[in-house]
Design a protein around this ligand. Structure first.
Ligand code: SF4
Ligand code: SF4
Length: 287
């Protein structure tokens, strides 16, 4: 049995990716299973989806804790450190990233693959620059890098089950398959920050109350970010609106009164850009 775990954010299409993969596996004559896990219901919040593919009926109904393949739709999720949890030593890590796969953190033995699914999705008009829908591009890359499903079955599944822009989604899948890059596994002793891909926050000491109170530095809210604000100082009038409106207190004013964003606290909500009167803040994609 092949077990695949998807990590994405609300709005990126991780759940649909898992379902489409299962449909493609079915068209390939396999017996698949797919189901999602949602955390908080909010655009940008982490979403996990699971897909199992076997030759026989899959009776297991648990979440996937020892995946053969981990697919990360948004590279910022690697910062959270949990995406690779349990990945088998001879597994595959596939990340939507402009980086070469050799630069990806991974334990020894894991095959690393990367594809710039964001650019592919935007090239085909799938989603918006603020929220590109990268699922079909990364599924094409997954088909090519792992052989989990055939590209033909994936295209058929897209045709049958994607109601909007099926032709563009099929083209994105083909481009993803053509563009995926695979690095050889690292040998023991040369793993790249796998067990400590991101320094984990120390465990919180929770108060005896229904709500935990902690700073956003401690609970790493910046790991949610898909977009980051970039400030054009030439257009900034130093009105301080961004500083006032940032809900995460991620903006500080420097000695000259210009705003400075502390990205380790920024969730990428875009409120500062929306509130900036002269439009001096642009939200740009991470990764
Ligand atoms: S995007 Fe802007 S408003 Fe939102 S958390 Fe980051 S700095 Fe604050
Ligand atoms: S809201 Fe815009 S103009 Fe005002 S301080 Fe922030 S960046 Fe500058």
């Amino acid at each position: 049995m092949l077990e695949i775990r998807f990590h994405g954010r609300g709005g990126q299409g991780a759940v649909v990716a898992s379902e489409l993969l299962a449909q493609a596996a079915f068209l390939d004559g396999k017996r698949p299973q797919s189901f999602p896990f949602f955390g908080v219901e909010r655009r940008g919040a982490p979403v996990t989806a699971y897909c199992r593919i076997d030759d026989r009926e899959v009776r297991l109904r648990t979440s996937i804790t020892r995946p053969d393949i981990v697919v990360v739709l948004e590279p910022g999720l690697l910062r959270a450190g949990s995406a690779m949890e349990g990945l088998k030593p001879d597994g595959i890590l596939l990340v939507n990233s402009r980086e070469e796969p050799a630069a990806l953190p991974a334990p020894a033995g894991v095959r690393r693959a990367s594809v710039d699914a964001t650019t592919i999705a935007l090239t085909h008009g799938l989603g918006t620059p603020m929220m590109p829908i990268v699922n079909t591009a990364i599924l094409g890359a997954l088909a090519a890098a792992s052989g989990a499903v055939s590209l033909g079955a994936l295209e058929q599944a897209i045709d049958r089950f994607v109601p909007a822009h099926p032709a563009e989604n099929r083209a994105a899948a083909r481009d993803g398959a053509a563009a995926v890059r695979v690095a050889p596994p690292l040998t023991a002793g040369h793993s790249r920050g796998a067990s400590s891909a991101v320094a984990r926050a120390p465990p919180l000491e929770l108060p005896d109350a229904p709500m935990a109170v902690a700073s956003s530095a401690t609970i790493a809210t910046a790991a949610w970010r898909t977009l980051r604000p970039e400030i054009d100082q030439r257009r900034c009038t130093r009105c301080n609106f961004c500083w006032k409106f940032c809900p995460d207190v991620a903006i500080e004013l420097n000695a000259e009164g210009f705003p400075v964003v502390h990205l380790e606290h920024c969730k990428g909500c875009g409120i500062c850009a929306a509130e900036c009167p002269p439009g001096a803040i642009a939200m740009v994609a991470e990764g």
